[in-house]
Design a protein around this ligand. Structure first.
Ligand SMILES: *[C@@H]1O[C@H](CO)[C@@H](O)[C@H](O)[C@H]1NC(C)=O
Ligand SMILES: *[C@@H]1O[C@H](CO)[C@@H](O)[C@H](O)[C@H]1NC(C)=O
Ligand SMILES: *[C@@H]1O[C@H](CO)[C@@H](O)[C@H](O)[C@H]1NC(C)=O
Ligand SMILES: *[C@@H]1O[C@H](CO)[C@@H](O)[C@H](O)[C@H]1NC(C)=O
Length: 436
């Protein structure tokens, strides 16, 4: 039953954007996406008859809350859909809503605010090498992208350096991994708004700050899961060239000490579900892929500036693992669906810690919902827990861990304690002393 989710995923494979849009319009019900999500939740808990004990949280994951009908803001639902045909008259006394968008109960943590990054950034990437934290590119605003690296020193808590990226390198939605000196960088979005992707790849020597090229990816991707594993750089999933379609391709390339050892990328076993914005981590000789989503904003057709427009997205809580057998296995899912966590993790004492993210959209307002929890996946027990609250909810934040302190910077934060939808792109740097 190891591959249960794998075959399951094929029935959901590649919903095309137009099909989804048509489906949503025809149905015209605010519940459409929600029902799909809920079915997914139920089917995932039944198909998780896996070799690992399901954590207590998967029960929480599938829980429902009942919302009295009068809490449904009909005017905003109507505005949202524009043409909500066939909307039922009163008479439905209550509605069942998946509660996955809600904040999870979490202990308070003491956070210390450190000097902010010289620039705010969203959808950049970060790589930690010992006490130095390299923070790459990203959007400054939706109309402006950065093309430089800022460096933070965890020893004296200062921003201590800056250098440029190659001008052909993508600016956001990159894939990256390090061997402790060289940083391998693949693909991503080139330019602001919702512009197209690049297949270009680069190697950075962090000691000399010299850049070199690698063979381009077989096809460009947005925010693919990327990691170094057993001497090979692995690149999986992400979105395809339209920024929306989840892709399941998995490629690898042999690299060593900043050199590429073969001519081109090798095709590997496809990932069970495609899509961007996942955490990808190698620990205990295994490759683990966590969370993510299918679908993303796309460029508005014909827009000369590739203006971003929102599309249907499904966020998921799946955790997949590759080991010696080179077959994907499921691990216990996250406490709730979570995406935009590609740089939001650190390994701490044989646990994976993940900060913030995005979860399912609000079922009524349809607003994007950010996460403000600090999660822990204990690799000894394979259990998830919520170990604390961040100072605010934040997505695509960049996380590092040094000398007992967990740090995060950058990303997009919420509108306030009572409004989990995204607002300001930040450059703030925070840290908290972790104790499990
Ligand atoms: C799940 O957690 C609750 C509350 O912490 C606890 O009472 C319950 O026994 C747990 N269930 C399982 C199956 O671990
Ligand atoms: C309902 O939606 C309208 C229009 O978006 C908004 O002005 C109003 O504050 C909302 N009411 C509630 C209770 O959320
Ligand atoms: C980081 O800070 C420590 C302590 O001030 C210093 O010794 C070290 O040289 C710094 N590293 C860099 C790269 O600036
Ligand atoms: C990790 O383990 C070390 C050594 O046992 C301990 O001192 C430290 O507090 C632990 N860190 C956390 C976050 O629990």
């Amino acid at each position: 039953m190891r591959l249960g989710r794998y075959s399951h995923s094929h029935s959901h494979k590649h919903p095309s954007a137009p099909k989804l849009v048509v489906l949503l319009c025809v149905v015209g019900l605010l519940g459409a996406a929600l029902i799909a999500d809920f079915l997914w939740a139920s089917s995932s808990s039944t198909s998780t008859a896996l070799r690992y004990v399901t954590s207590n949280w998967s029960v929480h994951r599938a829980s429902t809350i009942i919302v009295p009908n009068n809490a449904v803001n009909r005017s905003s639902v109507h505005d949202d859909k524009g043409k909500a045909k066939g909307q039922k008259k009163d008479g439905v006394p209550e509605r069942f809503l998946s509660a996955t968008f809600a904040d999870l109960p979490a202990p308070e943590l003491h956070w210390e605010k450190l000097p902010s990054c010289p620039v705010p950034r969203l959808d950049g990437f970060a790589i930690q090498i010992k006490n130095l934290f390299y923070v790459f590119s990203g959007y400054g605003t939706i109309d402006m992208v950065h093309s430089h690296v800022d460096i933070f020193n965890f020893t004296d808590n200062t921003w201590c350096g800056r250098f440029d990226t190659p001008k052909e390198m993508a600016h956001s939605h990159l894939g990256m991994a390090t061997d402790g000196r060289y940083i391998y960088i693949v693909t991503g979005q080139y330019g602001p708004q919702c512009r197209g992707p690049s297949a270009r790849t680069f190697i950075l020597d962090t000691e000399t700050k010299q850049w070199s090229d690698m063979p381009p990816l077989p096809a460009p991707r947005y925010a693919p899961a990327t990691q170094l594993w057993r001497g090979r750089l692995h690149v999986m999933g992400g979105s395809g060239t339209n920024r929306y379609d989840p892709e399941v391709d998995h490629w690898s390339l042999a690299v060593k000490d900043g050199k590429v050892l073969e001519k081109g990328w090798r095709t590997e076993i496809p990932i069970p579900r495609g899509g961007p914005h996942r955490a990808c981590i190698v620990v205990d000789g295994r490759l683990i892929v966590i969370g993510g989503q299918e679908g993303d904003f796309m460029a508005k057709p014909g827009s000369p500036i590739f203006k971003c427009s929102r599309r249907h997205e499904v966020v998921y809580s799946d955790v997949y693992m590759l080991d010696d057998e080179m077959k994907w296995k499921n691990l216990p899912p996250m406490p709730k669906p979570n995406s935009h966590i590609e740089s939001a993790w650190a390994i701490v004492n044989h646990s994976i810690v993940i900060a913030g993210g995005t979860t399912d959209k609000h079922p009524i307002t349809k607003k994007m919902i950010l996460c403000g929890e600090l999660l822990r996946f204990d690799l000894d027990t394979l259990k998830w827990s919520v170990i604390g609250k961040l100072p605010y909810r934040v997505k695509t934040t960049l996380v590092g861990f040094w000398d007992g302190w967990l740090y995060f910077t950058s990303g997009q934060r919420d509108r306030g304690p009572d409004d989990p939808s995204p607002r300001k792109v930040i450059g703030e740097m925070w840290r908290t002393k972790l104790r499990f």
